[in-house]
Design a protein around this ligand. Structure first.
Ligand code: FMN
Length: 217
């Protein structure tokens, strides 16, 4: 993935600019167990409310146990299945609904689990791996298929593997794979002091490159 597909309004770290949700995976190349564990380790060090660490990950690896991998694949929506079937790893993320220390409802469980998923994805990017998070799956089917305990909510499935060639994708999927990444503008999502007063980057910021941001000001 080239950073040219990310039209940043201000310099960002290369990892941020180059992570993206790939649909093309190399289905012949397994992910080394040490890389998979590094991704999980990155997730483990995510901050969380009360340090509750509400996230759980269930890893399935097509090269290790095709049965469990296939079971998770079968829970995906048909559209996701068409490309996720080439990802050697499918990871289910779950979030605890209540705090460990007092049993009260944890309304930040999903927030924290999302952060952990992003840490995992960034570590994967740093290791040359491609990731794609999916909300399009049957949560009840997953719960049953993997006996997810009550108190944990299936949140997403993450496809993970080495990047593949977009030529394996047909038509619309290939077009999306190669299209520029789109985002709302900074002004639309970040406000200065007053709700709705968009943050605008200083004029010079846009002229700096991603590379420059890596070596500091
Ligand atoms: C919680 C969540 C659920 C998502 N669900 C799906 C999905 O079911 N299918 C899909 O193709 N992409 C899914 N995506 C990927 C988003 O579409 C993608 O992140 C977004 O279009 C931005 O693209 P980028 O990640 O390449 O920057 C999901 C992403 C997140 C974070």
């Amino acid at each position: 993935m080239s950073r040219e597909r990310s039209n940043v309004q201000a310099p960002v770290h290369e990892l941020i600019a180059t992570r993206w949700s790939s649909r093309a995976f190399d289905d012949k190349r397994p992910v080394e167990p040490e890389k998979m564990v590094s991704c999980l380790e990155a997730a483990r060090w995510t901050p969380s409310c009360y340090n509750d660490q509400p996230w759980r990950f269930l890893v399935t690896d097509r090269f290790h146990d095709r049965g469990s991998w296939g079971k998770l694949l079968a829970c995906l929506s048909p559209g996701n299945r068409t490309w996720a079937c080439r990802a050697p790893l499918l990871l289910l993320t779950c979030a605890a609904g209540s705090f460990t220390h007092n049993g009260r409802s944890n309304r930040w469980g999903a927030y924290d689990t999302g952060q952990a998923a992003m840490s995992l994805c960034l570590q994967a990017t740093a290791l040359g791996l491609a990731t794609h998070q999916m909300g399009g799956f049957d949560a009840e089917r997953v719960r049953e298929a993997f006996t997810i305990p009550a108190g944990f909510e299936p949140m997403s499935v993450i496809a993970l593997g080495y990047p593949g060639d977009a030529v394996v994708l047909d038509g619309e999927l290939r077009r999306r794979e190669q299209a520029p990444r789109r985002r709302k503008s900074l002004e639309e999502i970040a406000f200065l002091e007053v709700w709705g007063r968009g943050v605008t980057p200083p004029a010079w910021v846009g002229k700096r490159t991603v590379e420059k941001s890596l070596s500091g000001p």
